[in-house]
Design a protein around this ligand. Structure first.
Ligand SMILES: Cc1cc2nc3c(=O)[nH]c(=O)nc-3n(C[C@H](O)[C@H](O)[C@H](O)COP(=O)(O)OP(=O)(O)OC[C@H]3O[C@@H](n4cnc5c(N)ncnc54)[C@H](O)[C@@H]3O)c2cc1C
Length: 381
């Protein structure tokens, strides 16, 4: 599969499976297993995995385009996909071992969904500092943790879990482990009933003395934090920005359709023909959306050709994208007025979904704090 085929597959899934069901899945907070099956059949679950394990070995440019395409139809499904890809690259970067190799093959053949379980009730959005600590027991470790939000909770076949290393000294001396869904002690701890992203099952999970064999330790002890920053964060920033872009494009398209369709019958004009203020607001939405697309292209370029400014761009892109998505979907709510407010249009779902980006870690506030520190030469951690 090349770039064009990947984007075309994503568009097919968006049109056939995501768009028709998005409204109902949002209403019922229903996880779309059909979407995952289609992504698996199309080969998109192994998009960034190396060809040696059956993956498509595609890069950040394709990932961003695929995620934006999915998000335009259903941001919940796009977020499930992003969490999966973020976890797959973490697994692929792990120390080689038979179980991990089999997991990567299962992902590439579309049989395995995975996700990230980093955030903890104790350290909240500070995912880099888990309060849970792995306990060594002979060759294995045991994990006990309260994971506060895990996208695809109960639907993934595996979870990339963080914990403090057994002998870790500092708050970021973490290790990453792969925990299979059937592991005794692993359970979903409650329902997911979010304001937005309602169809992505981001429920809390509990690990109660879960035994993990040495082959499922993904990083060396204390090196999980480095993997979070160097492997996960760049793709997660890119992916959340692409979700934001998809939401903005859907908001522009939905608003344009409303302005072209709704009429002032007493004037004999559509809303768009009648009101310059609405046209100007639509124009601002388009300008912001294209600005975000350009920012994402710039981040892709920095990821393809890493340089000194790459990490700054990683931090900036997610921070900016969260704000743009909220601004553009808020404008759409105002422009589409009562029709949007009364849930006659999909706009209000986009508006709710758009608010997740800024609170997903690293949150927009934390990113600004990091960026400010980076500019001033103050250590981030
Ligand atoms: C839809 C959704 C899906 C998610 N999926 C996952 C997942 O799959 N895996 C996972 O690990 N986590 C996931 N999360 C969790 C997410 O990454 C955050 O950890 C969580 O949203 C943090 O919420 P909180 O209220 O506990 O944050 P808090 O830490 O309590 O933050 C509260 C406020 O304080 C601000 N704040 C915190 N620290 C600072 C600081 N240093 N400087 C300035 N401001 C600060 C924050 O920006 C926020 O506004 C998900 C969250 C959501 C909403």
């Amino acid at each position: 599969m090349d770039h064009d085929a990947a984007v075309s597959n994503a568009k097919g899934i968006a049109d056939r499976i995501l768009a028709p069901a998005a409204r109902q899945n949002d209403k019922e907070a229903r996880f779309s297993s059909e979407a995952i099956a289609a992504l698996g059949q199309s080969g998109l679950l192994g998009i960034m995995l190396p060809s040696a394990v059956g993956g498509s070995a595609l890069g950040p440019r394709t990932l961003a385009a695929v995620i934006a395409t999915l998000a335009e139809a259903d941001a919940s499904a796009a977020m499930v996909y992003l969490m999966h890809v973020s976890a797959t690259v973490t697994i692929a970067a792990a120390r080689p071992c038979a179980t991990v190799a089999q997991t990567l093959k299962d992902i590439s053949t579309g049989k395995h969904l995975t996700t990230l379980a980093f955030s903890e009730a104790g350290s909240r959005s500070h995912f880099w500092a888990p309060v849970s600590r792995a306990k060594r027991n002979a060759a294995n470790v045991h994990l006990t943790a309260k994971k506060s939000w895990v996208t695809s909770a109960g639907y993934a076949q595996s979870y990339v879990v963080s914990a403090l290393a057994p002998e870790g000294k500092g708050p970021t001396d973490t290790t990453l482990y792969l925990v299979a869904s059937g592991t005794p002690g692993l359970s979903v701890a409650g329902p997911w009933d979010g304001l937005g992203m309602r169809a992505n099952a981001s429920a809390p999970m509990i690990l109660e003395d879960c035994e993990v064999a040495p082959g499922l330790q993904l990083t060396d002890d204390g090196v999980g934090f480095k993997a979070m920053l160097e492997v996960v964060l760049p793709l997660f920033s890119l992916g959340t920005s692409a979700v934001a872009l998809g939401l903005c494009r859907a908001a522009v398209a939905g608003t344009a359709a409303h302005l072209n369709g709704a009429r002032f019958e007493h004037l004999g004009q559509t809303l768009g023909e009648s009101l310059p203020t609405l046209r100007a607001q639509l124009a601002s939405m388009q300008i912001d959306t294209d600005g975000l697309a350009a920012r994402i292209d710039d981040l892709v370029d920095h990821l393809e050709r890493p340089r000194e400014t790459t990490m700054l761009r990683v931090l900036e892109c997610k921070a900016a994208a969260g704000d743009v998505a909220i601004a553009v979907t808020s404008a759409a709510m105002r422009v589409c007025g009562g029709a949007a407010f009364s849930k006659h249009l999909a706009i209000e779902r986009l508006f709710r979904d758009a608010h997740a980006g800024a609170v997903m870690a690293p949150t927009g506030d934390v990113l600004r704090d990091f960026i400010g520190k980076a500019i001033l030469g103050i250590p981030l951690f």
